[in-house]
Write a protein that binds this ligand. Sequence first.
Ligand code: BGC
Length: 632
Amino acid sequence: MVHTKSRSASRTVPYRSLLYVAPIIALVLFFAHYLFVNALPAIAPDSPYKDAGRPIEERTEDLLLRMTLEEKAAQMALVEKNSITPGNAGYAGVGGVLSGAGAKPEDNTPEGWRDMVARYMEESRSSRLGIPLLYGLDAVHGHGNVPGATLFPHSIGLGAANDPELTRRVAEATAEEVRASGVFWSFSPNLDMPQDIRWGRVYEGFSSDAQVTADLGAAYIRGLQGEGNTPAMLATAKHYLGTGGMQWGTAVNPDYRIDQGTTQASEEVIREFYLPPFRAAVEQGALSVMVGLNTIDGKKMSANKHLITDVLKGELGFRGFVVSDWYGVYEIGGGEYAATVAAINAGVDMVMLPFEYKPFVQNVVAAVQNGDISEARVNDAVRRILYAKFVVGLFDNSAPSNLDVIGADARRALAREAVARSLVLLKNENVLPLFRSPTLRRIAVAGSAADNTGRQSGAWTIEWQGIDGNAIPGATSILAGIRSAAGPEMEILYDAAGDFDLPEDSADIGIAVVGEGPYAEGVGDNPYPSLSAEDLQAIEGLRKVSGEVVVVIVSGRPLFIQKELPKWDALVAAWLPGSEGAGVADVLFGKRSFSGTLPLPWPASIRQLPFTPSGRTADGAMPLFPRGFGLR
Ligand code: BGC
């Protein structure tokens, strides 16, 4: 199933007569707007804000002084790209445009992406003040939206590798591919700390441990933004705050169960557990922070003035801008005007609307005129947004770099290394690694994820919900990796279902590559994450024809396997490795050693959920495998 993010509300026309009057009103408004904009002073090319030689603060203030209230309000709007087409000069002046995952150009190639983004950029530059927009997207495991890009392991795999320098290099390589499309803003890293494996976003976080998350998050920001004075692009520390600790059954969205639900946490827990990764992100110079769609203390996070303004901007001294999440502001309730007022007064600087931006601009202007939002608050928001745009060099040089970097060999080699280092060996009855030896002649391979580059890549890959199948250009499946690691002398038999027509013990070893199909966000909320009947069948099929069975689980989270585990000879957690399946084979065949450890506990039963912030199980009993576990 292919989902594209879309939550546009249906609209009804209350009075037929409106159908006739509406075009006339629109025409009048258009001319009024045209006359108004043309009455504004033209901007001289030598205006201080256009001068790259001047300090950023001076340029920001100069530009701010020239902006009308309407232009400021437009800077605070972040619109998804299908709601604002280039060529429609009306949008000029919005602060940002985003591709919600799966929102792609018609020509869905690296060239098509570069050209699409360039059209939006050009259009924004043709606005009166020529303020370039920020194009944002979720490069959460590489430049995943773009077919042919290098796909790194999802964050949970980086958490298993738990090496800040590796994470930094992955983020740096991601930035290079993203910048090649002319994109300057990624909605990553994700600093959520998953405490319940039933959640559909477990794999987007590095770990359930605050220190690991802080260290890897800061390393990721260092890699994405760069370490010099001119960041390569903007990172987004998300989702602020308490996302990962929502309670099962509290989701407001009727289709979800836990995603976007309620986090129950005292101020003390919030400070001790949830805040440190964001403190580290701010210290690292993150240029944007995204507030989550969760609720804390009965209040939607995007309306939480205490946590956004007092804590993040005040105590932590965050200098970048705060962006809200998809439709999150309007979910505050009370109607669009009241919700907008609440969010901006709480400290949200840019609103991911993400649909219509005109009513938003009108609401912000009206709220300032009504005294519901102070002009100082609007200036603060716009100053933060402009600052980030100046500091990243968007006004001066935003030419995309060479497209050749996308999916290039050096990046794939790095991804393959990251995959190898993310594998966690959970059980091994003297089976692994499989060295090439004369006694190993025939290997049988089965399972739904063995020859399925879509599954191993997970969601946020080309489509929001990913693709279940072998449809990821340039990717290597785990099976292909096994074939090349085994070499030509070894016979590899493959059947996804494990249905081999062979006598008992006719294969020396069986490798089951099993796991979950891709899912994103609440779509992946699952009351009991476990292996499918087909995958269990495939493992049984292998058992019939081979003496020993190695199970490799490709999944976004630990699965309930306590019943089946005793029957397996070895177990490897491979998480969602991405495009380089050969990295899995490198470790299975001993080219690299196992070095990953569990970034969160692996529960033994549903009674152990959720984990406490300190990493204990809900029933206090030992999990199947504790956090930090990993055999060598
Ligand atoms: C997700 C964010 C993401 C945004 C834009 C939201 O639904 O919660 O993590 O950055 O969409 O795609």
